[in-house]
Design a binder for this molecule. Structure first.
Ligand code: IPE
Ligand code: IPE
Ligand code: MG
Length: 224
């Protein structure tokens, strides 16, 4: 069986989930955080090695301040859970720009990254204040700062936020079929899986369905 090593998810549809239920948007985000917990546990059981989660984009700052503040608090609370025993096999890493993130969430991030650094089964790559154009721009600037004047693909690879294998499978929930500035470099040969299911409704069984769909794909990498 053809198991994806790295799955990346664009967790979308919290607002629409709440709207359908005539609830405030924050209720959608809250239930979305429960999906994160369910999906991490299922990814662990399925033997996935890397799970990237798009939690907040560099463009999401344009949302109303109350929503942004709510999301930052919810993310901080969710991060706290990753030091609990049920996450003892989960290593947390961060992709994004630290600049602009509130100090409270940065401190929590650093604490959890340190506490989970020795965990081995799965790497959870939290993409927070993340934008792929910014990631590539930041990588190029890091290389220039090293004094290089000619840049190779491998230089860029090595200077991305995290040195992880490229995602085999990128999932987007909520029926939207776009990348929204997610992993533009890394997605060169990824398989895509779009589902109409809204993120707060996406649980372990939905992840298993996406993995089964991936198993049917024939990845050719341009070679045949
Ligand atoms: C995803 O849900 C959460 C974030 C982008 C932070 P949305 O809040 O984008 O939900 P919709 O797209 O409005 O339904
Ligand atoms: C993408 O969702 C970002 C995250 C899921 C964190 P958005 O809801 O922000 O994307 P657009 O605006 O529909 O492209
Ligand atoms: Mg959205």
């Amino acid at each position: 069986m053809n198991k994806p090593r790295h799955i990346a998810i664009i967790m979308d549809g919290n607002g629409r989930w709440a709207k359908l239920k005539k609830l405030p948007r924050k209720e959608g985000h809250k239930e979305g955080a429960n999906s994160v917990e369910a999906v991490v546990q299922t990814a662990l059981k399925e033997g996935i090695k890397v799970l990237s989660l798009y939690a907040f984009s560099t463009e999401n700052w344009a949302r109303p301040k109350t929503e942004v503040n709510y999301l930052m608090q919810l993310l901080t609370d969710t991060l706290s859970k990753f030091t609990e025993d049920k996450y003892k096999d989960v290593k947390l890493v961060f992709s994004g720009r630290r600049k602009s993130l509130p100090i409270k969430i940065l401190n929590k991030l650093d604490e959890v990254i340190k506490a989970t650094a020795g965990n081995k089964k799965i790497t959870l790559n939290l993409c927070l204040n993340y934008g792929a154009r910014q990631e590539i721009t930041d990588a190029v600037n890091k290389i220039l700062a090293q004094g290089k004047r000619k840049i190779t693909e491998s230089d860029i690879e090595k200077n991305l936020y995290q040195n992880l294998p490229a995602p085999d499978l990128i999932i987007r929930t909520s029926g939207e079929e776009r990348l929204s500035n997610f992993l533009l470099w890394q997605a060169a040969y990824s398989e895509f899986y779009f589902t109409k299911t809204l993120w707060p409704d996406f649980k372990g069984g939905d992840l298993q369905k996406a993995i089964s769909a991936y198993n049917q794909r024939d990845r050719r990498f341009g070679a045949r």
